[in-house]
Design a protein. Sequence first.
Length: 326
Amino acid sequence: MDSIEHEMLRHIWFPVARVSDLENGVASGSILGEELVLYGDGGSVTVAQGFCPHRGVALRLGKLREGELECPYHGWLFEAGSGRCTRIPSLAPSRSRPHAALRTYPAEIAYGLVWSCLDDPFLPLPRLPEYVNDGWRLGAGEPYTLNCGMRLLTENFRDKAHFPFVHAASMGHVDKVVEPYRVSRDGWRLGWSSSLGSEGVPEEFSHRLDYRITLPVFASICVSSPSGGRRLVAQAATPISADGLKVRQFWLAGTDASSAAQGAELTDVLAFERQVFEEDHPIVENQWPVEAPLDLHFQVHTPADRFSITYRQVYAELLESFKERR
Ligand code: FES
Ligand SMILES: [Fe+2]
């Protein structure tokens, strides 16, 4: 990635951990090679630089002590919110404390995930589709670390033509033909709809798929079953290495009230989606180039690739818009 893209991504919200990872009050994350420590009680969380300013110990090894983060090496304490050092145990109380503070970053909790951003956010925190409300049950699956670009992973999540080849074990014999579709756009959000049927099964038994993506990397699919229930799976790819070619895949799965009434268990939905993701991983970690190229001449496309073509074009526009704003 070039320096402009790197700079833009510093201004984007990315998930860095699940709220459940903060069970003991401390967790870790990273964005673009910057190691982060998260501390708090799950209700409020501080995201800060991952290494102690004293002797550089990884603060993810620290403990939460009365709401403050204690470094495991010499016990310095860092305040929630500001990251300010409030106590240096080796110093007699009569001595003045050197100024020390952790650099802190914006932090938000949404959808069971802790989100952060390395610099002032350029875009708002992405939202799930508006129909996902309190009647839904959502769960955050175990994140994966993958060697691939974040756009490549995001495109994989939106690609339907691979289902019969990559997901035969989880999805069965689905149609190979992808009917032409239109991609809708609302600001930095793209959408398209499609149906997913089994070979030889009448259309009314097909599932409807509503795809959404909020650029740069928050994608969701809502699957409406012929019996009326809805299931959602969402993904955000956080670039964790400085070159953006190593990502952490955060994902959510959920069901609406009608699915729940029909007996759909959230644990089963999470297990199914986990299987689907794990079928994709050998593919996304073995593509070249490792990131989806923005130059459309670099690869060959078909009408089924309409979404990824639009995504690459709009991503290039997003970069331009960031440059203009600087
Ligand atoms: S290294 Fe953290 S207190 Fe010394
Ligand atoms: Fe897939």
